[in-house]
Design a protein around this ligand. Sequence first.
Ligand SMILES: Nc1ncnc2c1ncn2[C@@H]1O[C@H](COP(=O)(O)OP(=O)(O)OP(=O)(O)O)[C@@H](O)[C@H]1O
Length: 144
Amino acid sequence: MRPFLSSFEFAVKGLKYLVLNERNFRVQFIIGIFILLLAFFLPLEGWEFFWILFSVFFVLSLEGLNTIVEEVLDFMEEKYHRKIEIVKDISAGTVLLGSMFSVIVATIIYGRVLFGISRFSGFIIGIILDGFLFGLGLFGGGKK
Ligand SMILES: Nc1ncnc2c1ncn2[C@@H]1O[C@H](COP(=O)(O)OP(=O)(O)OP(=O)(O)O)[C@@H](O)[C@H]1O
């Protein structure tokens, strides 16, 4: 069996690849660090801190899985294929869902802590922000 430490090394190598080569992962990684720093400095309830933590790791994990799908498919077939298009689009759609969820969680929680707004207002602002970020290409579809 491979020693635990060298398996860990491979995993870190994978993460390094994602940060250096995948624009979307890099952007979400930087945003994630910023969101986590805020969570440490703001007076969040325990459950709020948990959901922020979960959201950050959730999006990064989905983005990593999406990259796996893209890499495997590009390795298998470089030419256009309708099935590849469908699978890649579904994979990207899954990341989009996770990212939308995380933005809504962040606006609900930080909306309350920073601006004292209600959960409902935080939710609506999250939906609007989702649309805005999508328009900017931060939710996929952008170039590396
Ligand atoms: N071989 C292919 N056959 C058919 N459609 C493809 C193929 N490769 C890419 N596509 C289409 O292009 C889209 C983008 O694919 P690509 O592999 O370039 O992802 P990407 O732009 O790197 O995505 P991300 O921004 O998530 O990293 C896919 O969602 C799919 O619709």
